[in-house]
Design a binder for this molecule. Structure first.
Ligand SMILES: [Zn+2]
Length: 238
């Protein structure tokens, strides 16, 4: 009888090892979407920065175009004013006319200054846009590299899971039916741990001390022995 129990215990230990591996793989695969979205945070931030920079660049461009249009208008105005000079009869009219030209020219200088300022700002902003674009590309590359790595890990994990499940089926087949049902109940209630080591008189499932007399029995690995505290199946690993 002892040898049979021993066999069952050995299978239970193997089953637990396989189930622990399966749990780990599933856990790892479950974490993938959150790993990806975590890695995408810096990319989203840099993308948003780039969008903002592009917007401000566009508004600077618009301002420059507006000012250039204003410059054309004022130049046209000055040209027309100057063309009218010959028609002026009185001195008084002539003085007023000159003042009008002078004020239009002042306006033109101011517009030209504003265009220069806008062009300098555009220079700075286009450099910023370029830098932000490079940053977006490099952040995207980081995400792509991670995605490729996770894809490889996923397909590897899927292969391993298939193998583990095959192995699991063999062990379950060789296991006593009742023993297996008990194992599954313990597996559910014990958060994926039904069979655990008794190391140094301590149950590795619940960290409680095992009575010395019971530990002597566990050390033989001949019987199915349950932890008095957490009811997990205990074994001894020399
Ligand atoms: Zn325990």
């Amino acid at each position: 009888m002892n040898s049979t129990v021993n066999d069952q215990l050995r299978r239970l230990i193997e089953l637990q090892q396989i189930d622990s591996k399966i749990l780990n793989k599933k856990c790892m695969m479950d974490e993938i979407p959150s790993k990806i979205s975590e890695a995408e945070v810096p990319l989203k931030i840099t993308q948003a920065d780039l969008d903002k920079m592009k917007q401000s660049h566009e508004s600077l461009e618009k301002k420059r175009r507006d000012k250039e249009r204003q410059l054309e208008d004022i130049n046209e105005k000055i040209k027309k004013l100057k063309a009218r000079t010959a028609e002026i009869k009185t001195n008084k009219e002539y003085q007023a006319h000159l003042r009008e030209i002078e004020s239009a020219e002042k306006e033109r200088y101011a517009i030209e200054d504003e265009i220069l300022v806008a062009m300098e700002a555009l220079d700075v902003s286009s450099n910023e846009v370029k830098a932000a674009e490079a940053k977006v590309i490099s952040e995207k590359e980081k995400v792509d590299i991670l995605k490729r790595k996770l894809d490889e890990e996923t397909s590897e994990a899927k292969k391993e899971l298939t193998m583990l499940k095959e192995k699991r089926a063999w062990i379950v087949d060789a296991l006593d039916r009742d023993m297996y049902s008990q194992y599954m109940i313990l597996f559910e209630s014990g958060n994926g741990l039904a069979v655990t080591e008794a190391r140094g008189e301590i149950c590795q499932g619940c960290n409680m001390n095992i009575p010395p007399q019971l530990f002597v029995e566990i050390k033989k690995n001949e019987e199915i022995i349950y932890c008095p505290q957490c009811y997990r199946i205990l074994y001894y690993s020399p």
